[in-house]
Design a protein around this ligand. Sequence first.
Ligand code: 3HC
Length: 293
Amino acid sequence: MAIRKVGVVGCGLMGSGIAQVCAQAGFQTVVREISGELVEKGLKGIEKNLDRMVEKGALTEAEKGEISGRLRGVTAVEELKGCDVILEAIIEQLPAKRELFAVLDGLCPAHTIFASNTSSLTITEIAAATKRPQRFVGLHFFNPVPVMKLIEVVRTIATDPGVYEEMLAFGAKLGKTPVRANDGGGFIVNRLLVPYLLDAIRALEEGVGSVVDIDTSMKLGCGYPMGPFTLLDFVGLDTTLYISQIMFDEFKEKRFAAPPLLKRMVLAGWHGKKSGRGFYDYADPANPKPMNL
Ligand code: 3HC
């Protein structure tokens, strides 16, 4: 099947990045948000990223114009019915995802392939809301989407092998390196990353080291681009808590259990960089200061 038109549902941090890489790869891209303001905010973020690429000489003005010309923001879900592939990047809540896909299933032709960018829910439980689980995969991107090279392509026991190969090839066309992952909670990356991030919080709770010293240790001792607390603030503490709760529910293992400090911080509204406070205070964003926890 030739993929020409791609639908992206959700134009937040992940959805806007996904829409950008789809349009950059040459696909006609329709991106849907629930309000005009959110569409505008998402498209503005993409515009800013493309402008930065022009400034750096990675794109010409003409190429930027072509990419923007392939992108269309909409609010009505009906606008997605002509798409060959639909990528979902909405809120990480099962009922919302199932409801969306049930509607899309009724709207879209039989050939349309559905994909979810969920980080922690199983693809099987989302796909079960449709009558096409054989044309359903996970396509898990990483933040920031335009920069991170990996895409996890997730198959369920019901995914058609031909559809799966098509989606691996689609991931490569987006300029990403696809890896094959089965539909176990957290797939490959979060299965390993989430316990590491939660353990960093436990180490802090137990007084092993300070926020800055633990971050510095993992950056300089292991060559990680960000220490665990900088990464937690970047991913979002609310998102990490939510993922850990889903994974704990799935595996019932302590390594996925949320440490009390993480719960307290989320209750206090300290969600990381996006809310101005997390393990660091971002009052001066260029110079984050560790919080006194
Ligand atoms: N959007 C677009 N481009 C961005 C960007 C963004 N949000 N942030 C940075 N960039 C670009 C910069 O423009 C720069 O491009 P250039 O090399 O062409 O000039 C390049 O990325 C490097 O940026 P900087 O020099 O400003 O900063 P760093 O070298 O520190 O890189 C980083 C920033 C790429 C974010 C790096 O710190 C990193 O790789 N961090 C780890 C990120 C990570 O682990 N992500 C996965 C999170 S987990 C996840 O997403 C899964 C989910 O399910 C939880």
